[in-house]
Write a protein that binds this ligand. Structure first.
Ligand SMILES: [Fe+2]
Ligand SMILES: [Fe+2]
Length: 406
């Protein structure tokens, strides 16, 4: 098979990316495209970028939603330590074992004779001129042919750049014509005009309230940003799509609420983002981890993930700050004498943007101005739910309610 590989940040994916995929497939050089949203690329490691899982799932939903045939999204960069240079990604992707499993998992039918694969690295012709300065360009060319798109109105001297690469590095370069619009992700996010973003991605952005003031994380320290991005990659291995995006949304909203109600924004971001990190661990593991953090305080199955999450975040992800760990531990039940940070995470968990279980507008409005009142409204909804299900309210939730004057 002739496989095109298309890497990028896709922050967000836009119609130019889709045109690139469609034109590459039409070029006659390749049979399918594997899209790889970056996890950690060499530029701007942690600044101003959506955590990798958002960009990965946004791309997946876009490919599925648009019904793009012969196009598959790969999470290969999640299993690469450190910066995901093209040479490193291609080394792994082109290995027999990886590509066989990837194609099989994606239901790509092929005959035995088609198990020999040829790879093409898809790129814009404007980057051809700088290709020789990339990390290990010679190795890239050992794994793949460069497949460069000539954009409409492109003034790059494609022939000169290709012959220099051929002469200096001895690789293959092919050119194809790109039919489609010119746009850039940074222009979209700066202008706030999302009209050049495909519908499925636009819905995804709306659902999770991305590219808003809250997701800019103004005032958050470099260290906390790094921890936030790294935790999103770490949790990718432990949580399914919906839960992972939920827990990251809680991170963003907690950081915003920390601004509104005056607690540490770095801590709110991290506690919120990690609050559900243990929720999909096997129950036995949750029980063991929960006991380590909180003894026998929590026994109900549904609650175990909260103290277990505190242990897990501490042991596996190196979070040692007690205030952060407590905010994770008590996010489901609350407790007496809650700190502002604990309240912020408790609240954000119930009302983050992708929560749609009931009309949350009144609580969301209250959460912009009055923490106690938003907490009371939330606690009262929790109480109603428990009563309707005939369940006992946890003693620590009762203490929280008492503090709230309920
Ligand atoms: Fe939870
Ligand atoms: Fe949650």
């Amino acid at each position: 098979m002739r496989i095109g590989v298309y890497g990028g940040s896709f922050d967000p994916v836009h119609n130019g990316h889709i045109a690139m995929i469609r034109s590459a497939l039409k070029s006659g050089f390749i049979d399918c495209v594997i899209v790889i949203p970056s996890v950690r690329n060499s530029f701007k490691l942690y600044t101003n970028k959506l955590p990798a899982p958002y960009r990965f799932y946004m791309m997946k939903e876009t490919v599925e939603g648009l019904g793009l045939k012969n196009c598959y999204v790969s999470d290969i960069e999640y299993s690469i330590e450190g910066v995901s240079y093209t040479a490193v990604v291609l080394e792994k992707l082109t290995s027999d074992a990886y590509i066989r499993d990837f194609l099989t998992d994606n239901g790509v039918k092929r005959k035995k004779a088609e198990e020999h694969h040829e790879f093409f690295w898809i790129m814009g012709s404007d980057t051809l001129g700088t290709f020789e300065t990339w990390y290990k360009p010679g190795e890239i060319l050992n794994y793949a042919t460069l497949l460069a798109a000539v954009r409409p109105g492109d003034t790059t001297d494609v022939d000169k750049a290709s012959s220099s690469i051929r002469k200096n590095l001895g690789g293959r370069v092919e050119i194809f014509r790109l039919d489609g619009v010119e746009c850039s992700s940074s222009e979209i996010t700066t202008s706030g005009d999302f009209s050049k973003v495909p519908d499925p991605a636009r819905e995804f952005i709306k659902l999770h309230a991305l590219y808003t003031e809250n997701t800019k994380l103004a005032g958050v320290s470099e260290d906390a940003l790094k921890q936030f991005y790294d935790s999103s990659v770490w949790m990718y291995h432990y949580l399914g799509a919906k839960r992972l995006l939920h827990t990251l949304n809680v991170g963003y909203l907690s950081a915003h609420l920390a601004d509104v109600f005056g607690c540490d924004k770095d801590k709110a971001l991290i506690a919120g983002a990690l609050h559900d990190c243990a929720k999909e661990l096997p129950l036995e593991k949750q029980t063991e981890l929960a006991r380590e953090y909180a003894g026998s305080l929590f026994t109900e199955k549904k609650l175990l993930h909260s103290p277990a999450g505190a242990s897990f975040a501490s042991e596996q992800f190196g979070i040692k700050d007690k205030e952060i760990l407590d905010a994770i531990c008590y996010h489901t039940t609350g407790r007496g004498n809650m700190s502002i940070l604990e309240k912020v995470v408790y609240l954000a968990d119930k009302i983050e943007p992708s929560r749609t279980y009931t009309d949350l507008t009144p609580i969301r409005e209250a959460a912009e101005k009055d923490l106690e009142s938003a907490m009371r409204m939330t606690a009262s909804a929790v109480r109603d739910k428990f009563v309707s299900q005939g369940r006992d309210i946890h003693p620590m939730t009762l203490l929280m309610m008492k503090d709230l004057g309920m």
